[in-house]
Design a protein around this ligand. Structure first.
Ligand code: TNX
Length: 525
């Protein structure tokens, strides 16, 4: 009896291994949930047509997306009777997650079906990765993401990155099935979003005279004398938001408060407790400058800013920061103390919580939700807030246990501004060590969190803080291939492949990145 069990287990093991071994042949990232190989490839010839419902405008646009991703110019038809077709269609009966799709490739046809357009779009991304010359590998794929929030964050404040680069960044995100771009738009070192009511934010706040040379921990404080400036006009912001939408990526703006506000206070000094003596920061680290929580004018200003922001971003979420707010200026401010008395707040954490909750109420009244860094847990969490857990996973665990939504972005391994290889071989970075393997092995569900709370973990995100990232090439170098690994963490099944096997598939993806003219770190090269 025992022997039979052993034999059955052995045969099962062989089958499972063979299954995985077979899958290894396909260089797909993120790897789909279910792949079955079909010994029956599809040949793309000039006579192949794209079959769609032409009365459907979005499908027509997706047919063009398909043509572009296949580097083809195939005719688009609505006639079902043509012989060889690549069909893309909505099928409402596929009621899986809103981003699920099915992809079938055989000798005669290619067919992508999904209950929603996003699924069709993801099917097209997978199809793109299956093309070898004029051949598409025969497969049957059923796919849907493991997490509904799959994000990358980009800091355009410490260094500015132009519109064209943001679009290119979005292109690569879409290729790896990310669906949220967290756009960090305001900081001590620069305010990067045009606000019509407060023009000085960009006239003054988007410019700094120079930048500290070297690491901020260095004793020597030498500056390079090179001005850094730049901001996005509202027209450019709309352009980027629309561009991202076309790739099923939601753009979440971050307007930092109450700390990280030096550029705003340099533009409008009366909003700070001190009322004067601010300068757009030229160094890195955490600053003492903070919006005054005692003045009504601070809230009026921030509400006005939010009024313009909500018009520009259809995103359900507005990120309001909340991180690293030193309270020293509040402690010396009579108005802040008066506010605490009036509101019955017992410490400065509670004053920060008052600040965030007041802004949350305003943002909720606009039909939007706030996201804040995990410091917003201190002094009392705003009732409807989603928490971004960055100081490890503990903030996220606490928030999920309080039935709040969470996005995991722990410094290790989600801070892509950290080193990815030996320090001596790498360009200057902030510190840490987040290797590709560490990213690949990341599990956004912490062991300590009870399973019944897992649904509060919406997903995860990697952050690209740009203190030491000055160029587009360098930004891409820090992002890839780590963002490829994270895409698989976020999309593929928990029982995903081994890291060795992922690295194998990555070889083909270095070619994809080359084809997209994207720079990357590649230890193997
Ligand atoms: C912490 S993460 C910050 C950023 C820095 C980053 C550098 C967070 C909410 N605040 O201001 O750029 O570390 O890794």
């Amino acid at each position: 009896m025992k022997r039979r069990i052993v034999i059955v287990a052995f045969i099962m093991a062989i089958n499972i291994n063979l299954g995985i071994a077979q899958e290894k042949l396909l260089s797909l990232i993120p790897y789909p949930q279910k792949v079955t190989l079909v010994d029956n490839d599809f040949n793309i010839t000039k006579s192949v047509k794209i079959l769609i419902d032409k009365s459907d405008k979005e499908m027509l646009r997706l047919a063009e997306v398909l043509n572009r991703s296949l580097a083809q110019n195939l005719k688009i038809t609505s006639k079902a009777r043509v012989s060889k077709v690549i069909e893309i269609a909505i099928d409402k009966s596929l009621a899986k997650s809103s981003e699920a799709y099915q992809l079938i490739v055989n000798r005669k046809n290619v067919k992508i079906t999904a209950a929603n357009y996003a699924g069709v779009f993801y099917g097209i991304q997978t199809l793109h990765q299956l093309v070898e010359g004029d051949l598409i590998k025969g497969v049957m794929i059923e796919d849907e993401p493991r997490f509904k929030y799959r994000g990358l964050h980009i800091d355009v404040c410490r260094h500015f990155f132009p519109v064209e680069f943001i679009k290119k960044f979005i292109d690569v995100m879409a290729f790896y099935k990310y669906n949220n771009l967290h756009w960090h738009l305001t900081e001590d070192q620069g305010w990067r979003i045009e606000i019509k009511k407060y023009p000085k934010l960009t006239e003054i706040g988007s410019k700094r005279a120079q930048t500290k040379i070297g690491h901020y921990g260095d004793k020597l404080h030498e500056f390079d004398g090179v001005p850094v400036e730049g901001f996005y006009t509202q027209e450019q912001i709309k352009e980027i938001v629309a561009y991202a939408k076309g790739k099923y990526i939601n753009v979440i703006p971050e307007i930092e408060m109450p700390g990280h506000a030096t550029a705003a206070l340099t533009s409008y000094p009366h909003l700070g407790c001190k009322g004067e003596d601010y300068k757009v920061a030229e160094n890195w680290g955490v600053f003492h400058t903070i919006y005054c929580a005692g003045k009504e004018s601070t809230f009026k200003f921030l509400e006005d800013v939010i009024d313009e922001v909500v018009e520009l971003f259809p995103s359900k979420y507005i990120h309001i920061g909340g991180d690293e707010a030193f309270k020293d200026h509040w402690k010396e401010c009579l108005l802040c103390k008066k506010r605490m008395e009036e509101e019955g707040l017992k410490d400065f954490h509670e004053l920060q919580s008052y600040f965030i909750q007041r802004m949350e109420k305003y943002i909720n009244s606009k039909g939007k939700q706030i996201i804040g860094w995990d410091e917003i847990l201190e002094g009392g969490l705003a009732p409807n807030a989603t928490v971004m857990s960055w100081r490890g996973m503990k903030g996220g665990i606490a928030a999920a246990n309080m039935d709040h939504d969470v996005i995991m972005t722990p410094g290790s391994p989600c801070y892509f501004d950290n080193y990815q290889g030996p320090k001596s071989d790498e360009p200057l970075a902030i510190g840490g060590m987040n290797t590709l393997e560490k990213v690949y092995e990341f599990n956004p569900f912490p062991k300590e969190l009870p399973t019944e709370k897992h649904h509060f973990i919406l997903g995860a995100q990697a952050n690209l803080w740009s203190e030491y990232i000055k160029t587009e090439d360098h930004m891409e170098y820090m992002a890839y291939p780590r963002a490829c690994a994270l895409s698989e963490v976020l999309w593929s099944s928990e029982k995903k492949s081994s890291f060795e096997e992922f690295k194998n598939r990555m070889k083909k993806h270095y070619e994809f990145l080359d084809a997209m003219n994207v720079n990357y770190f590649d230890k193997e090269k």
